[in-house]
Design a protein around this ligand. Structure first.
Ligand SMILES: *Cc1c(COP(=O)(O)O)cnc(C)c1O
Length: 379
């Protein structure tokens, strides 16, 4: 017996305004780029686009690192790729944890056989640089420091420049998560001296999910080359991936690149370059200020102290007596507006309002504030 063909209709998603922790709204230009004809991943025309993509990513990361490219996979794959390549079994690694994503880095470091030295900070706060320095003093053999620049689970921003400086003073390399910061708030890989960083396509870059831009300094590349043990992941082994992304003019098959999403990322990065990265940072800052004023007017309290707040991820406490899930459901059903729920410790207690990339516009700030006001008035 054969299975009967299921009868279905084409999936036509509703139009939403995405003001959560990602994905953010994808501009029509990016969607149109993705609808262009698929060509081969070794086609010379495609390879020329790949080279431009690397140049555009170097601009976004503010780096001259040769090894800068988009990994095929979501931000989590970028995280895993950085760690599986830079952590060898037995390595001491200082892991900063101040939210969900720091805890995820810790889990991966453990799975790589690393020996984590955890620097724990409270949820809603930046990583404490002094505690990191103490950890490095107590563990002089630590080879790596990992931290999340923009902790999307809480809306806290850490001082990446200071963390990188401390790591350098103690001879450790740095791995930085800049999934939510890239394109929304300054990320200065070279000026700060970050050794490896990964991001995601769907947050402030406003492309579709599924690609993870990464960049590695020369020191980080040397560390990977000098490994005593092979990288335990075949797919994420940089030495192999580079046969495709590294070798200008002599590329070989590693895996089939996600052709059309890469067209989308190319277009999204072109839009960032057209706007100018400083202007993009200033826009996120200005829209955050406008949203902050409106949220204060609604009596909503921010989770993070002002000096440690991320402009693009605004976490506020759900007022007492208000049903978190019911409010979010109303916003979605009546206003086609998505805001984020709390994660982990903050589940049910916090809303996360994203102002990321293309969604970070004055009309969205006003729309979100009006929608929240109407829905809260009913509670
Ligand atoms: C979203 C996010 C990730 C994970 O990205 P995915 O694309 O969901 O895998 C990692 N770190 C931070 C800080 C994030 O905000």
């Amino acid at each position: 017996m054969r299975q009967a063909a299921p009868a279905t209709a084409a999936f036509v998603p509703p139009r939403r305004i995405l003001m959560g922790p990602g994905p953010s709204d994808v501009p029509q230009r990016v969607l149109e780029a993705m609808a262009r004809p698929t060509i081969g991943h070794l086609d010379p025309a495609f390879q020329a686009m790949m080279e431009e993509l690397k140049v555009l990513l170097r601009y976004a990361f503010q780096t001259e690192n040769r090894l800068t490219f988009p990994v095929s996979g979501p931000g989590s794959v970028g995280m895993e790729l950085c760690l599986v390549n830079l952590v060898e079994p037995g390595d001491e690694v200082v892991v900063c944890v101040n939210g969900v994503f720091g805890a995820r880095m810790l889990e991966i470091v453990r799975r790589c056989g690393g020996v984590p030295v955890v620097v724990q900070d409270p949820w809603g706060r930046a990583v404490d640089v002094n505690k990191v320095e103490d950890a490095l003093r107590a563990h002089p053999k630590a080879r790596l420091v990992t931290f999340v620049h923009a902790e999307t689970s809480t809306g806290a921003q850490s001082d990446a420049a200071a963390l990188a400086a401390v790591a350098q003073r103690h001879g450790a390399l740095t791995v930085m998560d800049c999934v939510t910061s890239l394109g929304g708030t300054p990320v200065l890989i070279d000026a700060w001296g970050i050794d490896a960083a990964y991001s995601g396509s769907q947050k402030c870059l406003s492309c579709t999910p599924g690609l993870a831009p990464v960049t590695f300094s020369e020191r980080a590349v040397e560390r990977v080359r000098a490994r005593a043990t092979p990288v335990q992941s075949w797919f994420m082994d940089l030495n192999l991936v580079l046969g495709y992304w590294g070798g200008e003019g002599r590329r070989t098959y590693h895996h089939t690149a996600p052709i059309n999403p890469l067209y989308g990322l190319h277009e999204a990065l072109r839009m960032l370059a057209e706007e100018g990265i400083e202007q993009a940072w200033a826009r996120h800052r200005a829209m955050h200020e406008a949203l902050k004023a409106g949220l204060a007017g609604l009596g909503l309290q921010f989770v993070v102290p002002e000096s440690e707040r991320l402009p693009q991820l605004n976490a506020v406490f759900v007022p007492t007596g208000v049903d978190d899930a019911a409010v979010r459901a109303r916003l979605l059903q009546e206003f086609d507006l998505e805001i984020g729920a709390g994660l982990g410790e903050y589940a049910g207690k916090v809303w996360r309002i994203g102002l990321m990339g293309h969604a970070c516009r004055r009309e969205n700030v006003e729309y979100c504030l009006q929608a929240l006001q109407r829905v809260l008035a009913r509670h």
